[in-house]
Write a protein that binds this ligand. Structure first.
Ligand code: ADE
Length: 228
């Protein structure tokens, strides 16, 4: 899968894909992340990409021309399954959306900045609008990094058996159960006996019960979704 990300601050995206699972996914050539500098696609002086909003008001708006220049240049090379604009007024990201997007071949992510992007670009080029939560970030880059990570780790072959996404929280609308590792006793805090029993059936049952309990306590809304 290829994820191309258009940004006015491409350096912000240097770190997130250069380590750990995202790095390995790229080394295995299961994922390719390209960060594209929007300023390379403007025809305005001094690499200008934003301007004052018509009608007045605070903040700057990303202009449509550089965005369209960038998208049209990129679509000469490949066809995108989705052009996704990261924005606080988009649909809130969840595991189901990440699962669906992980099945695509080519995604183009657009990071907004300042007060947003010209609505005409959203109307004519964007196919999905995604928010990563009900709070406002300074730009879409961190949101694009979150989305790319959530999708990238689900691509078949990226995770091994030990880190399998199947046991993640949310995969079955349940939160993950608690986990423990060595030492078996720290201070006087002991690991639950069942985990030391070697009885895999009992351990699975315990984990399932713990998942249900944790979900009931922390996210009862997820159980309501299950009943629908
Ligand atoms: N850009 C700014 N805030 C955002 C958010 N919460 N989600 C996605 N993109 C954003």
């Amino acid at each position: 899968m290829t994820i191309d990300i258009i940004s006015v601050v491409p350096d912000l995206l240097n770190g997130p894909f250069s380590h750990s699972i995202m790095k390995r996914a790229q080394e295995k050539e299961l994922l390719k992340v390209n960060v594209i500098n929007l300023r390379e696609y403007t025809t305005y002086a001094r690499a200008q990409v934003d301007d004052y909003p018509f009608g007045g008001g605070a903040g700057m708006v990303l202009m449509i021309e550089p965005l369209v220049n960038a998208v049209e240049a990129l679509t000469k090379e490949k066809i995108y399954d989705e052009v996704i604009f990261l924005t606080p007024d988009g649909n809130t990201l969840n595991q189901q959306m990440a699962n669906q997007l992980s099945l695509k071949n080519n995604l183009l992510l657009i990071c907004g900045h300042y007060k947003g992007i010209d609505q005409r670009f959203r109307d004519h080029f964007v196919t999905k609008e995604i928010s990563i939560g009900d709070y406002v970030l300074s730009g879409g880059e961190l949101a694009a990094a979150v989305l790319t990570d959530a999708i990238g780790r689900l691509i078949p072959g990226v995770l091994n058996d030990e880190t399998s996404a199947l046991s993640d929280s949310f995969q079955d609308n349940l939160l993950a159960p608690p986990v423990y590792t060595r030492p078996e006793v720290f201070r006087d805090w002991k690991v639950p006996d069942v985990l030391m029993s070697g009885n895999h059936k009992l351990i699975e049952e315990w984990r399932f019960d713990q998942s249900i309990k944790r979900t009931q306590e922390r996210r009862p809304d997820l159980l309501d979704d299950l009943k629908k």
